[in-house]
Design a binder for this molecule. Sequence first.
Ligand SMILES: Nc1nc2c(ncn2[C@@H]2O[C@H](COP(=O)(O)OP(=O)(O)OP(=O)(O)O)[C@@H](O)[C@H]2O)c(=O)[nH]1
Ligand SMILES: [Mg+2]
Length: 194
Amino acid sequence: MSTRESITGVILAGGQGRRMGSVDKGLVELRGRPMVAHVIERFGPQVDELIINANQNAGRYADFGYPVFPDDIGGFAGPLAGLHAALARAQHPLVATAPCDSPFLPADLVARLHGGLAAAGAQLAVARTFDQPHPVFCLCRRDVLPHLDAFLAGGGRKIDFWYATLKIVEVRFDDEEDAFRNINTRDELDGVQQ
Ligand SMILES: Nc1nc2c(ncn2[C@@H]2O[C@H](COP(=O)(O)OP(=O)(O)OP(=O)(O)O)[C@@H](O)[C@H]2O)c(=O)[nH]1
Ligand SMILES: [Mg+2]
């Protein structure tokens, strides 16, 4: 029987959605439901605990029935701030991330990231399709928190720079490229409404 360490999943919904006109993207409706509802449906079954990182509209996110928490460092410091807050709250030794604006994410995202992480003995596994990395789709060990804390305290903000300091493994999802469609603008939203 195979066993895997248990996993907390965090939906990263802490951004400002400026390219969509400064809206809270997770709450924008896609096919009649908020985008975050699509992400919950696909990502939730893949993890042992689901939590939501949001910096605005906490009450509306809480209506989905999962714990909601903001960044611990202020000023919309980017997705690493959301991961940082998640690592501090996660109940499980592994933490998986998915952004609120990728409603079609792979149904086997976490399983494949976990396979890569375990095989490589890495601290963090990150998704990739062809030449495109998808840094906000990752699985990492909760014990990287002190390392991330120090990176952020030193002024670091770029996710790629932090990844470069870790033992990481890239996991290919070339066969599921469409699943990583990321909705950043009104036009992109209109393009997937049908
Ligand atoms: N916690 C947290 N998450 C963020 C922050 N900025 C972006 N994110 C998340 O990072 C992921 C990728 O975000 P983007 O689409 O690049 O940024 P965004 O702020 O949502 O939108 P833009 O303002 O148009 O770039 C999404 O899951 C965002 O919710 C932040 O300051 N804090
Ligand atoms: Mg985006």
